[in-house]
Design a protein around this ligand. Structure first.
Ligand code: SF4
Length: 269
């Protein structure tokens, strides 16, 4: 894949300096739960090598469906009514300590990409917005590099967390909480009809792939969820702390671009 001037500009904004693509290097393992840190964005040096994109046949997720009663509560809602229902949702215990449910930001109709992130952090919970701080600004630059945006007059991507309410003390969401909130995500998919799902972070990736492998092993291949191709990448907050992995993130975006163009074949939930 070649880069046009706009993509080069956005990659530079990401802090990623385009190399002449080198030969493949071993995939980098990412900790399942990167330690929290308040590091500021750091401009990165050019990576020594970037792993080659390994396109593979879609893998298929096996995930529990949301309880019928919860799914029924969201079924058939239009976009604005769904947003209101999520703000008032008490379908799982995560409602008890949230300040705001995080519905998501971006295209409200026909998004090309649905970006599913790990659960809201403290800033998201306070703002009620997905990826509202430095990590969100990096994500926006990544999307622009791929030719997409979640802002402006004609957004083409929608960004939403895998569960809409922040788990207490930043713990991982429990299976029952993930099951409950999948009813919201399922309705968002029905309304948005994206061509691709980008899962950013181990919790989003494991939920959508149905696999329990480390994040590094879920990258580099195309999974399937609800008939859609799913590509896994690093969470932007991790990239802020580990800028050397921005090269791998760009590889993931390139794979996502390829997967979004591919005709649907044999995808299933
Ligand atoms: S996490 Fe999802 S299912 Fe649980 S209360 Fe929040 S919006 Fe409802």
């Amino acid at each position: 894949m070649s880069w046009d001037e706009r993509q080069r500009a956005m990659l530079a904004e990401m802090g990623y300096r385009l190399p002449a693509w080198p030969a493949a290097a071993p995939a980098v393992e990412v900790p399942d739960e990167p330690p929290p840190a308040a590091a500021a964005p750091v401009a990165m040096a050019a990576p020594a090598a970037a792993p080659a994109v390994r396109a593979a046949a879609p893998t298929t997720a096996s995930i529990a469906a949301p309880a019928p009663a919860i799914a029924a509560a969201f079924a058939g809602l239009d976009w604005s009514t769904l947003r209101e229902a999520v703000a008032a949702c008490r379908s799982c215990g995560l409602c008890q300590q949230r300040r705001n449910a995080v519905f998501g930001n971006g295209a409200a109709m026909r998004a090309q990409w649905l970006v599913v992130t790990d659960p809201p952090d403290e800033a998201d919970d306070a703002a009620g917005d997905a990826m509202s701080a430095d990590a969100g600004r990096l994500l926006d630059r990544m999307l622009l590099a791929a030719g997409l945006t979640r802002t402006g007059d004609a957004p083409t991507a929608f960004v939403t967390p895998v569960v809409k309410c922040r788990p207490p003390r930043g713990r991982a969401p429990q299976p029952a909480e993930l099951d409950a909130c999948e009813a919201v995500l399922a309705r968002q998919v029905e309304l948005l009809q994206p061509r691709l799902v980008l899962a950013l972070g181990v919790q989003a990736a494991r939920r959508l792939t149905g696999l329990t492998e480390p994040l590094g092993r879920l990258r580099g291949r195309v999974h399937a969820w609800r008939g859609l191709p799913v590509v896994v990448s690093y969470p932007p907050a991790y990239l802020l702390r580990t800028p050397a992995d921005k090269a791998g993130a760009w590889d993931d975006l390139r794979l996502a671009l390829q997967a979004a163009k591919a005709p649907a074949r044999g995808r299933s939930t």
